[in-house]
Design a protein around this ligand. Structure first.
Ligand code: SF4
Ligand code: SF4
Length: 226
């Protein structure tokens, strides 16, 4: 019975992902957003209508070392968490393939389009559709349990899976990241988020000794979720 298979597949993938280090797991029906994928050639993800959204937590103590700029240990940790995410995604993908289905693990932090700062797939969008969080004023995916201190990866697949639904939650009256952002990029109205202002500051941070890539961490530290 397909419905039962979908649920049992979902449970198996979730158990595997959690055992490998994921703190957040959900599945999205991505058929409606496939045209936004930046995958070349497009045929590589044809028919992969489910997106498995995997989240690995950042260390709260290390996020706590971010001040008005990222710390070197945060920069290292950020990369390490991305590596773990890629490993979890690879293991989940290999399992899916061993069951006779297709899987496309989308790297946690590989930029495909530098102008728009886009990866192959928006992990944020997939995570939102998978019910892993809501899109906050900071433009980050906010987990109600872990705030913004989670990094995400996605596995696209045609394995039959139960799909989750987006959460009915949001920032409410919180505006902690609005006042925390040194670039003044975050506004009360999420639609007004200033991508350019954020990008410019990230470029400055990337050039600082021991940082080396476009990270900040200030709005992540401010966001505890709810
Ligand atoms: S990453 Fe930094 S500059 Fe960008 S919105 Fe967050 S706090 Fe502001
Ligand atoms: S810090 Fe508050 S306002 Fe900002 S994204 Fe998180 S929950 Fe939303």
């Amino acid at each position: 019975m397909p419905a039962r298979n979908s649920l049992s597949n979902y449970r198996k993938l979730k158990a595997m992902a959690v055992a490998e280090g994921a703190a957040v797991f959900g599945v999205a029906d991505v058929s409606a957003i496939e045209d936004t994928f930046c995958i070349d050639p497009k045929s590589a993800c044809k028919g992969l209508d489910f997106g498995v959204s995997l989240g690995v937590r950042l260390s709260d103590r290390i996020v706590g070392t971010v001040t008005d700029q990222p710390s070197r240990i945060y920069a290292f940790h950020y990369k390490r968490v991305n590596s773990l995410l890629d490993e979890v995604a690879l293991k989940v993908s290999n399992y899916i393939q061993s069951c006779g289905y297709s899987a496309f693990p989308v790297p946690a932090s590989l930029v495909e389009d530098w102008d728009k700062m886009r990866g192959a797939v928006s992990h944020k969008k997939v995570g939102y559709l998978a019910g892993n969080g809501y899109i906050g004023r900071s433009s980050l995916l906010v987990s109600p349990k872990f705030g913004a201190s989670v990094r995400y990866a996605t596995v696209l697949t045609d394995m039959p899976l139960k799909a989750d639904k987006p959460l009915k939650a949001g920032c409410g009256t919180c505006a902690a990241c609005v006042s925390a952002c040194p670039a003044r990029a975050i506004k009360k109205d999420a639609k007004d988020f200033d991508v350019e202002a954020c990008r410019e500051l990230l470029k400055t941070f990337a050039n600082r000794p021991g940082i080396g890539h476009s990270i900040c961490g200030i709005c992540i530290k401010a966001c505890k979720g709810k």
